[in-house]
Write a protein that binds this ligand. Sequence first.
Ligand code: CO
Length: 512
Amino acid sequence: MVEIKKKIKTENGIVIATKVTTAPKEEADKAERVVVVKDKKPAPQQPEAKRRAKIMETAFRDAHQSIMATRLRTDDMLPICEAMDEVGYHSIEMWGGATFDAAMRFLDEDPWDRLRRIRKRLKKTKTQMLMRGQNIVGYRHYSDEVVREFVKRAIGNGIDIVRVFDALNDLRNMEIAADAVKREGGTLQMTISYTISPVHTLELFAKQARDMADMGADSICIKDMAGLLSPVAASSLVKAIKEKVDLPVQIHSHYTSGMAAMTYLAALEAGADIVDCAISPFAMGTSQPATETIIAALAGGPLDTGLSLEKLLPVAKHYQMLREKYKDIVMGISGVNINILLYQIPGGMYSNLQSQLKEGGCLDKFAEVMEEVPRVRKEMGYPPLVTPTSQIVGTQAAMNVITGKRWKMVPNEVQQYFRGYYGRTPAPVDPEVQKLVLGDEEPITCRPGEKIPPEIEQAKKEIGIWCTQPEDVLSYILFPQVAKDFLPNKFSRENLVNIGQEEQDAPEAYEI
Ligand code: CO
């Protein structure tokens, strides 16, 4: 028997009680976690609320990741939480993406602890996280049970809104995560990874939004990871989506090509509801448009955010201080990268390819590789270029050029892609190229997650006593190599037990 916590909510969304019952595990897994009851009194007739543009602040997650190499510590964030809570943001993105890995790997910090401590200080503002569907916050697909357990713990520790995406826009890779978010009573934001190709038409994106609504999405995000979304395209895309679904639409872009602030304005005027911004010292460059700019630009008009710039003063001051504190790692403020507009590839992919070729001593082939990228992408069925597909396409293009023979050398990730383990491609892959890569081997056609056996029991055995909270098992499954160092250190700190590591490191251990 396991415990089931049910939130009893009225139709107006007010939680009136939490009911705890027990049931056998199989039943509990299927049980609804939110029960909606009829309001006793009808909600008072409210005058139609003014449509206001809303802002999600990304300073703790995307902006932090884009310009600070994800190196901020929880202690850098906590002192400003209360002031940020007063601003009136729609939400604060503060978890997921690369922050989980970086906290353990570089900072010796528990990501779960960060979540709990920030949550405690954000009393009025919703918390938001980024989740790569079946990839969670890691670099491969995980089993369904791991995805469900992760969502349960993320929401249980304080996440309100979960943004779920998949690099190929394969809805099957988002299915388990989406279902888990709904069951745990979280707000589900489903994401369209924006890209430009002959198959990515307005109709396709709008249909995707419709399918997401059918999967239970509470809102739709248009995620433009590369800064490719132009104001003109954003306007038509938002209108096309709004015609198909009656859900809030949120726009996420990067300033890298210099268009993002204009794109936000065009999208909002076309009916979008929320835009992702970063406080000015963490804004622009490879990050988001500045929060203050968008507030000031809309003030006094029909989409006025209602937010006050005065409340942002202490927030901006704090992040300015952090920029100075970490001036050696601040990156990405380099004006507009015109290559993004020319080649329609993300700025990160452009610079990665450049440095890879430089290391290999064949920078002279760079222009050729740039011309090869769209060919490879076409043959691979037009994947959106986002982690991990951007690396997969980039590496293959470089190999095709360097070896002088196309598809002669094919790295393992590219083979797995053709085998179907990343999911369904937006367009069919080129059959002749598939033959070169796979020979007669048939690719899988099922949801890739189905192929992965349960992982939790085995992981529990492997980490043994170092597990001091149920969440540690997930940290270990997601990043086993990193967690092997991190978890024993955490155990030692929390239990004030010397496990021998310090004695070895400290010079006094050798004194006689
Ligand atoms: Co982003």
